[in-house]
Design a protein around this ligand. Structure first.
Ligand SMILES: *Cc1c(COP(=O)(O)O)cnc(C)c1O
Length: 301
């Protein structure tokens, strides 16, 4: 599946002689993040091949991965179980747009405390889940496993070797690892982290087969899921000027970072940048609910 590269026209790009294209992976599906779809592809093939009937995975209440797993599971004929972080939402999940979507697509939920959620990679907890739900194919949080990375290796195509810099958002590091593995060695892969912490480099090193990458860690806006009025204003302005919608958790932060680096002359003139739009647009409704409660400006949709 190839997605379109869309040119961005902004005054700053002309002024700094930078070409910026956006790979519209968000267009893979209106509700499912492009990268989540790619991370599921080979996992679902594996599950089918091994005869599993049920997929079980993990995520927070606004997780793009939960929405994607529910949808893809339905599409490919699997039952789906979502182990959701936070017991407090067990009686009000129907007011959460992400979980409502997942449930409409057949996902069954198990709400667990934040403490138990931390055990999501421990054999003991996984065995308990297998006992409770029967034999299921377990996909880690965010779809970040070897097969997930393999799917993300298909994001770049031969034509994309014309770009000097490729940028990606980084959550678990699975997506950027696939992009690194699919890139040419003379290209620079630049990851924008959506959360605080240097540990992500080690996560990426687990999967990446090349060294042509680096992380920008200054554009998380306070941490994972943190959304500031400045970020919201940027996202709304970017959409107004380019028509391209961005999400507040990943792609908005990355584009803010790219344009900030361009303004600071981080890139040489005539650099061709390809920013991968990983999707995440399904999360806007949920974030807007939170912003509305806090009487803060909303993301325009
Ligand atoms: C999950 C997600 C990411 C992060 O991908 P990782 O592979 O976890 O690093 C980036 N963008 C969007 C829109 C996502 O949903």
């Amino acid at each position: 599946m190839n997605t379109l590269n869309q040119e961005v026209n902004l005054a700053i790009l002309k002024e700094k002689k930078i070409t910026l294209h956006i790979k519209r992976e968000d267009k893979i599906h209106p509700f499912i993040s492009g990268n989540k779809y790619r991370k599921l592809k080979y996992n679902l093939l594996e599950a089918k091949q091994k005869g599993f009937k049920t997929l079980l995975t993990f995520g927070g209440a606004y997780s793009n991965h939960i929405a994607a797993t529910a949808y893809a599971g339905k599409e490919y004929g699997f039952n789906t179980i979502g182990v959701i972080r936070g017991e407090e939402i067990f009686d009000k999940w129907d007011k959460n747009p992400t979980l409502s979507f997942a449930n409409t697509n057949g996902m069954q939920f198990k709400f667990v405390s934040r403490a138990l959620y931390k055990e999501k990679e421990k054999v003991l907890f996984l065995n308990e889940l297998q006992k409770e739900y029967g034999d299921c194919y377990i996909i880690p949080e965010g779809g970040a496993n070897l097969l997930g990375v393999k799917g993300c290796q298909e994001i770049l195509t031969e034509k994309d070797s014309a770009y000097n810099v490729i940028s990606s958002c980084v959550g678990t590091g699975g997506t950027i690892s696939g992009i690194i593995n699919g890139s040419k060695s003379n290209q620079k892969i630049l990851g924008f982290t959506a959360l605080k912490g240097e540990f992500l480099k080690d996560e990426i090193r687990k999967f990446a087969t090349k060294e042509n990458w680096d992380l920008e860690t200054n554009y998380h806006f306070g941490g994972y899921g943190k959304v500031t009025p400045e970020l919201v204003a940027f996202i709304n302005d970017f959409k107004l000027k380019t028509t391209i919608p961005l999400d507040p958790i990943y792609t908005g932060k990355m584009l803010y970072g790219i344009l900030d680096l361009i303004a600071k002359d981080y890139f040489e003139p005539n650099t061709k940048i390809l920013a991968v739009h990983t999707g995440g647009l399904q999360g806007i409704a949920g974030i807007n609910n939170i912003l509305k409660k806090k009487k803060l400006p909303l993301i325009s949709i």
